[in-house]
Ligand binder design. Structure first.
Ligand code: NDP
Length: 256
């Protein structure tokens, strides 16, 4: 088997690369930060308020011999988003991979959602990834990656109560496809990962609606944050070289 088929980086395919993962203190973002670091990337991870959790992820990465840095950056604050990108570049000298993961879910009947709910969700789930991608694009070079975490609720699945969340995540689909076209000529890819029910604080596998959600998947089970992280790592590495503008479901068959 040739090196290109095996993957060129051996056990640490992302060695020498720098990644920024938003919302890396818990759940899916923490799993992505840990996985990219295990694959050799230096990782900057943002968080909103849980500094201790973020520092724990940093400790875990450093304990395994990796490099990581936690930066407080509320996605609702444009200045904080810009300075997290600039900070990652200052800290590690370059940027190769942006993972737009931070997100919030506000569910409720369409007619009862407040202006405050709408602004908060759209700022965090849409404006922040947009601004982060703009800021990151100034630093990404050939082989750069923009990977956003959408949701199966954005594309083929709909539930009453999900209007705001689905609207916000659907925006990432449009952003991803367009970035793929605009940045493709520079050798930069943009992809979306759409998880189904994943066991995190946002959607715990022992929550009230968990049996219903698990029952709607083909595999009859919740996924783990590490399942999403594995797909992100694939896209970030050599396996993602010729994938762009794609939407990859990691949902146990939820959306089929
Ligand atoms: P969690 O609620 O478990 O974790 C959210 C993470 O995002 C935390 O690190 C949190 O930081 C950070 N965060 C939240 N709001 C902000 C903000 N305003 N600014 C900066 N960081 C913020 O969520 P999940 O891990 O479950 O979700 C991660 C992504 O995956 C989200 O985009 C979500 O929509 C998506 N997703 C999740 C699914 C699931 O079933 N879990 C299914 C489909 C999509 P802090 O720790 O400081 O609060």
């Amino acid at each position: 088997m040739t090196a290109a088929v095996r993957g060129e980086g051996g056990d640490r395919p992302l060695a020498g690369k720098v990644a920024l993962v938003t919302g890396g203190s818990r759940g899916i973002g923490a799993a992505i930060a840990l996985r990219l670091a295990a694959d050799g990337a230096a990782v900057a991870l943002t968080y909103r308020s849980r500094a201790e959790a973020a520092e724990q992820v940093v400790k875990e990465i450093e304990g395994a011999g990796g490099s990581a840095w936690a930066v407080p950056a509320d996605s609702g604050d444009a200045e904080a988003v810009w300075s997290s990108v600039a900070g990652a570049v200052d800290r590690f000298g370059r940027l190769d991979i942006l993972v737009n993961n931070a997100g919030v879910g506000v569910l409720g009947p369409f007619e009862q959602l407040s202006l405050e709910d709408i602004d908060r969700v759209l700022r965090t789930n849409v404006r922040a990834p947009f601004l982060a991608a703009q800021a990151a694009a100034a630093h990404l070079t050939e082989g750069g990656r923009i990977i956003s975490i959408g949701s199966c609720m954005a594309e083929r699945v709909a539930f009453p109560g999900g209007s705001l969340y689905a609207t916000s995540k659907a925006a990432l689909s449009g952003l991803t496809r367009t970035l793929a076209r605009e940045l493709g000529p520079r050798g930069i890819t943009a992809n979306l990962v759409t998880p189904g029910p994943i066991d995190t604080d946002m959607n715990p596998a022992d929550g009230e609606s968990a049996p219903l959600q698990a029952g709607l998947t083909a595999l009859g089970a919740y996924g783990r944050a590490a399942d999403v992280a594995a797909t992100v790592a694939h896209l970030a590495g050599e396996g993602g070289r010729y994938i762009t503008g794609a939407s990859l479901a990691v949902d146990g068959g939820f959306a089929i």
